[in-house]
Write a protein that binds this ligand. Structure first.
Ligand code: MN
Length: 163
């Protein structure tokens, strides 16, 4: 399993005796689940998650996805989450990491358009979403000067023009 699939950071940030979030583990099956959780934490954001290598690669989108291809949304790449997180809705107690209310906002599947591991490492991921709210072509592109998983790993989420 590639190092990038570790849930170490996810587990380090949470006290599982104090949060209802799933502990989870790296899954062996290789699917392409996609979901967004609306997270009313200290600051409202949308957690954008794409299943890759048995975990949910995760970005916190500050203002919510925009359907306008001219609008680039800041998407802060955060720690990998377990696949089980995709079913989580509920209240993370105040004082715990991410304290606030988590609600599923969209879910479905995604389809990478290129060599997903190469594109992810290079910081430019093009894909199709098949969700209930979001569909069509999208791009996640890393802003210069960062590497996946770094603190302050800022990407942009951009809608592509569909035919
Ligand atoms: Mn969040």
């Amino acid at each position: 399993m590639p190092r990038s699939s570790s849930l170490k950071r996810y587990k380090e940030k949470r006290h599982f005796d104090r949060t209802p979030e799933p502990k989870g583990s790296v899954a062996r099956d290789k699917g392409h689940a996609y979901l967004i959780q609306k997270h009313a934490a200290r600051r409202l954001h949308y957690d954008f998650r794409l299943e890759l290598d048995g975990v949910l690669k995760s970005w916190a989108v500050t203002k919510g996805p925009s359907l306008d291809p001219a609008v680039k949304r800041l998407a802060v790449h955060v720690e990998d989450h377990p696949l089980a997180y995709g079913d989580f809705e509920g209240i993370i107690p105040p004082g715990q990491y991410g304290g606030g209310t988590v609600m599923l906002w969209d879910r479905g599947s995604w389809e990478p358009l290129g060599d997903v591991h190469k594109e992810y490492a290079a910081g430019k991921l093009k894909f199709i979403l098949r969700g209930e709210r979001l569909q069509g072509g999208w791009t996640l592109v890393r802003m210069h000067g960062h590497h996946p998983g770094d603190h302050g790993d800022n990407w942009l989420l951009i809608k592509e023009r569909d035919e």
